[in-house]
Design a protein around this ligand. Structure first.
Ligand code: EPZ
Length: 416
């Protein structure tokens, strides 16, 4: 089991480059299923989840190669329509192969994702949409088995704006017979990135990035070559790291317009954040101010930044209320932060964070991807040494985070 050992108290200084967005790369990789040929995705981060998706696509007969930041996907021969439990259970995003497979092959058999640390994470809305498009759906032995000779356009309303649900059904609709309307659709930048790829492939899509997306199905699509957007959550995580250490860093290769809600809330907390010609300059204050936050679907404050923001508030000069409205169990980092001295009380979906002067280093355990990032940030600011265990959670979403933090002055090392 690998661990990260962090000596806290060093204000971060210098420049950091943001990698490609994991949650754009994953759906874009599955879009390659929709057409035979050779597809290239660039600016892909070297993360465990990307390798897992590559393994899953290879199981379907797709030629997967990953070198540098380029993923090549050869999709001429799909030899299987089945995604086995052993792969799906390690990554919820596996569900994204369901719709492209049904659209291209007329059938898909995907293991139900099962829950994960942050919640049950059902896929009922994905299946509801497929059913409206005329698919036959059977749930047997933990697998969802979907069949449809050709999907038909339909009007689909999401009770909850679901990111992968919107992505999955946008892919299904691209090759369906007729027009599909997705209402109360997710508006995340990663949804827009996928729509841009599908349009490059020849799909007819309007409204991506708004809550109503109109897709006019076409007969077939062609392969693509596409560079994905930067990771807004990685960028937000480095903004938070500069904020909590009183640092002064420049974040390069990020898309500032994707950071809106995060920048607004971090500025309220006292950070100075400005867009400059070659990146985003961020300075942390002497003492952070308390700020209330509620996570919401994009363009609201992202749930994937909730844990990182809570860490900042744990040493703010006052009390903050942090409400998690997307997932039912996304406070696992609280117990670990309390081991470092944080004063946090949870009532239902809201955590009351009473700021203390500073955190104290301790051995802590990562539980899910973004929670583990919040513990690294806590370690950067804490007095003394913090050891973060189970960093495989971190590696799912951050490419060698310690290699990006060391040049900024952080005293951090990975031990086995
Ligand atoms: C995506 O997950 C992201 N993953 C998550 O990032 C992110 O936290 C989440 O969106 C919210 O922004 C990828 O894009 C691969 P949802 P997703 O469907 O699509 C409920 C990371 O580590 N729901 O938008 O799975 C669901 O339970 C991950 O980067 C249903 O009830 O999330 C949740 O409460 C963590 N039925 C809410 O909707 C459904 O059919 C939002 O989920 C689908 C979702």
């Amino acid at each position: 089991m690998e661990k990260l050992v962090i000596e806290g108290g060093v204000p971060l200084r210098g420049e950091v480059n943001i990698g490609g967005a994991k949650n754009a790369a994953l759906p874009v990789m599955t879009a390659s299923i929709l057409s035979p040929g050779e597809n290239i995705v660039s600016n892909v981060p070297n993360l465990k989840d990307i390798a897992t998706m590559g393994k899953l696509l290879a199981r379907l007969g797709i030629g997967f190669q990953f070198s540098g930041d380029k993923v090549t996907l050869k999709t001429d021969n799909i030899t299987s329509v089945e995604a086995p439990y052993d792969l799906v259970r390690t990554m919820r995003a596996s569900v994204l192969i369901l719709c492209p497979l049904v659209a291209r092959m007329g059938e898909a058999k995907v293991s139900l994702p099962g829950g994960c640390a942050i919640g049950a994470r059902p896929i009922n809305l994905h299946l509801m949409g497929l059913e409206k498009m005329g698919a036959e759906i059977h749930l047997t032995e933990g697998y969802v088995h979907v069949k449809a000779r050709r999907l038909k356009g339909a009007s689909i309303y999401f009770d909850i704006p679901t990111v992968t649900g919107t992505e999955n059904l946008m892919m299904a609709a691209s090759l369906a017979d007729g027009v599909t309307m997705l209402e109360n659709a997710a508006m995340e930048p990663e949804v827009v990135d996928l729509a841009n790829v599908l349009i490059k492939m020849g799909a007819e899509i309007q409204g991506a990035g708004t809550s109503v997306i109109r897709i006019n199905g076409v007969e077939n699509l062609k392969p693509f070559n596409y560079r994905i957007i930067p990771d807004r959550i990685e960028a937000g995580t480095f903004l938070a790291a500069a904020g909590i250490t009183g640092g002064d860093i420049k974040i390069k290769n990020c898309n500032f317009s994707h950071l809106d809600a995060m920048v607004i809330k971090l500025k309220e907390a006292g950070l100075i954040i400005n867009q400059e010609s070659d990146g985003v300059r961020v300075k942390g204050p002497e003492r952070l101010k308390p700020v209330d936050v509620k996570t919401m679907p994009y363009p609201g404050f992202p749930t994937d930044m909730q844990a990182q923001f809570m860490t900042l508030m744990s040493i703010a000069d006052g009390t903050s209320l942090i409400t998690e409205s997307i997932f039912e169990n996304r406070f696992m980092h609280v117990a670990e932060l309390k081991r470092m001295g944080a004063n946090i009380k949870i009532q239902g979906a809201t955590a009351t964070v009473r700021g203390i002067p500073s955190l104290t280093g301790a051995p802590v355990m990562a539980t899910d991807l973004r929670a583990s990032a919040s513990l690294v940030i806590a370690g950067l600011a804490a007095k003394g040494t913090t050891v973060v265990d189970r960093v495989y959670h971190l590696d799912r979403g951050y490419e060698q985070i310690e290699e990006k933090l060391k040049p900024l002055g952080a005293k951090i090392k990975r031990i086995r």
